[in-house]
Design a protein around this ligand. Sequence first.
Ligand code: ADP
Ligand code: MG
Length: 839
Amino acid sequence: MAGAHLDRLAAPLRFLAQRDFRALGRVRGLPALLEASLAEARSLGAPPGEVRLLSEALAASRGRSIDAQAEALRRLADHLQSPDPASAERVATPAPVSKPPPAPRPAAAAPRVSKRRAAAKEVPAPPPNPPDARTLSIAPREGPLAASLRRSGMRINPRLLAALEKKGLGRVGDLLFLLPRAYEDRRRLHTLRELRPGERAVAVGTVHLAREVVLRGGRRVFQAVLGDATSSITLTYFQTGPWMKGRFPVGARLIVSGELRATPAGREMVHPEVEPADEGQEPSVHFGRIVPLYPGFERHEQRQVRALVHRICSTAARAVVDPLPEPLRQRLGLLALGAALERLHAPDDGDDLNALAEQRGPAHRRLAFDELFFLHLGLALRRQGVKISPGIRFQVDQARLDRARALLPFRPTRAQERVFSEIARDMARPEPMHRLLQGDVGSGKTAVAAMAAALALQDGWQVALMAPTEILAAQHHRTLQRLLGPLGVDVALVTGTGSVGDRRRARTRVAAGRAQLAVGTQALVQEGAVFDRLGLVLIDEQHRFGVLQRHALAGKGQRPDVLVMTATPIPRTLAMTLYGDLDLSVLDELPPGRTPITTRVLFPKQRPRAWSALEAELLRGRQGYVLFPLVEASEKVDLQDATRGAEELQAAFPGWSVRLLHGRMAAAEKDAAMEAFRRGEVQVLVCTTVVEVGVDVPNATVMVVESAERFGLSQLHQLRGRVGRGTEPGHCFLVASMAGGAEALGRLRVLEETSDGFRVAEKDLELRGPGEFLGTRQSGVPELAVANLARDQALSAVAAEEARAIAEADPRLARPEHAPLVHALEERWEGRLALAGVG
Ligand code: ADP
Ligand code: MG
């Protein structure tokens, strides 16, 4: 194997393999390379296994997990190297028309991948491949457009129909709402003579000759000669088989798209994309215009799909009901939905190709607005739905407020006071509170939560606090027991670990109402967790939980008040989109006496600087964290790194106690390690990301993060918030392994420059885009296919404003002109709006 479509990957893969795939940041344009190779592999019908490897590598390269990416590339490299008779060394022989391209890399030059690596393949299961063909989430789910193609009465080639159905594109609307993956400029087809070496272009010609050629060394290639009135060129494919002849029948007219190369023997395209050009009934669909290419289909299938979409468009696009009110559309200058779809599939001649490529032309803009608008409208209604149904009206009087404040061992900051009164006011109202509390690490959110809990408890209600990890739940359990002790409250810890008996006893206490406060992990929302009188729900570190979990916990009571806390400062635009159904409070002030954390980015060689700083702090009786990244995809290797790190540190600091703590340890072990660190018996805690959220050990003043480039900026910002929680200055060292390259270092420098979580978050969002910024936890909201929250912030703001105006003016969307909105909402949110009634 190892056809020419893989040649371009050989050098980068070899480079990466030599560095154990840890130098990903240093290979520029990898996604583009993969994309090109994938396109070629598809166009020449490479074996499905190969196409899959390529598309997995491409998907991973666009994802956020470096390890998934490394693993996918590793598999690809293994494949490149795998012995295969066809991959015998290729030697250029004089071919009748032209030579094969200069210096195709022999397979022997493919990356060497160590045996160990190759054998370690069993470790991570590759993430499931995202479906190639993606229909916009706004495709109607009922009505004529939801009719199946099979029963639509349209005459469709049975093989095409089967292929479409297999891809989940069995309905008329699926094709109408199928987003093209790219466009090709065929407004003017070039003559073969006009093609310029080194440039990509589209031309049309007739097949004069097509055959397999055996090169010296035994390698077979497939070559076709394409000619027109002006010239001829050779098309060369390094993958061949009986099927190739069928794609290049002599005398057939073909559209070729690719890059021309001039070789001593003549002009040539290697692995061009080819589409039959036999002008059938609808020449205008495929020629003389900008044509769409659809995802999920091989190149030779494009024509058929395009023709079908065209037929559907010409009949169905006009039948599309536009859910957006006409005046709104007029005011914002948006295309009607049907017109936008038509233009999506058949751009105007005057359309800007770059805009099309970047999905920001008028058609895409309309569709993006549509997605954002219904997202915001859903959120706005959900929020109103929550507000409309009555909840608990807590008795809040001055004495109770004072009592709550008095529980804190310190004076609340002004910000804490302000947020607490916002919460108290919400709680005193009959409608349920739904509030998001944002505050940088260490800003004192827990203290605010404790005061809110005190209000509910004094009124005889139960309170639940959900935290994302066992360690954090345990810490909150301890803190709240201490703070709320004076109220005589029984605090239960509800987690998924511990003895069955303990767990059952904790649950029984909660169910019977004997435990007034339940602190726990997700175990709190699981079935079997029952409350007697749940009045207030507190959720820590919201971004870890999906919207649905939040609602599930709230569903354990009769419309309890809900306060969600997050330390990830989410840029406002994004916060509105994600948490549009929540009111927002911000703790924008740190408790007094904090000294800012100094942050330094270090090269691995400079690590001794971090260690001497650690030693200096240890000598002063302080403690420190040394952090290693851990991701599922490369867990084994990561754990080895952390374990080795702990051993090295213990050797380097023989006088101190170094302890390892990672997420895969048994809960009891974790607790023991954390407890020992908290009590100061352990001075250096070597850990994976378990300390990421919320752990509070004020005596810890140093944090060293290894392979820091593997973390997101916001995550690092949270991590460094673990040190400098007391009055001692904190020090954070980010050791960037060289793998990340200069880019990664530049990114990390942001943290040297600012300690403002919001600025870090903005930067992070800018650099990584919202998907990665937020992780994959967007569950519970409709998917966005065209809109991009980072790029389309302005459009999103407009959509939000319009949605809110409508929701306010007509909260139940009862006006006749809003009927299409109701319909569209139901389809797009797929019933998830019903959650409003629960929360
Ligand atoms: P967050 O949850 O926002 O990261 P915490 O509530 O854990 O922050 O508070 C961080 C540390 O600051 C804790 O040790 C807490 O006791 C302390 N703290 C909180 N509020 C104040 C305050 N007003 N004055 C002094 N210390 C405070
Ligand atoms: Mg916290």
